[in-house]
Design a protein around this ligand. Structure first.
Ligand SMILES: [Zn+2]
Length: 110
């Protein structure tokens, strides 16, 4: 019974990974052209570069989380809250497929 659900979960995670990967490629191209820092802090080119750099770090982090989610799916521990051991709400997983905590634990930040 869980198999069907997990197929959908897997597909969703893989789709997310594809999106994050293309985002990373896009950012890598943008980050190749590093502006002159001597232009100063207020320079829009410098600010944009810094923003893209932050976005790249976030995307890399997300990709790792998605890879972890795939591994959990394979080992059968996917959709189980790491903190309290309850099943994570499918609606939450639909929005955040890489999450490792249920809504309550995430809110409590345990
Ligand atoms: Zn929990």
């Amino acid at each position: 019974m869980a198999n069907k659900t997990h197929q959908a979960d897997r597909r969703r995670i893989e789709e997310e990974m594809t999106m994050v990967k293309s985002e990373l490629q896009r950012l890598a191209v943008k980050l190749e052209n590093k502006p002159e820092w001597s232009l100063g802090q207020g320079d829009p080119a410098v600010q944009e570069w810094e923003l893209n750099f932050e976005l790249k770090k976030e995307a890399e982090h997300r990709l790792k989380s998605l890879e972890t989610a795939l591994a959990k799916l394979a080992s059968g521990s996917y959709a189980i809250c790491e903190t309290c051991g309850k099943t994570i709400d499918p609606e939450r997983l639909a929005i955040l497929p890489e999450t490792t905590r249920c809504v309550e634990c995430a809110r409590k930040k345990l």
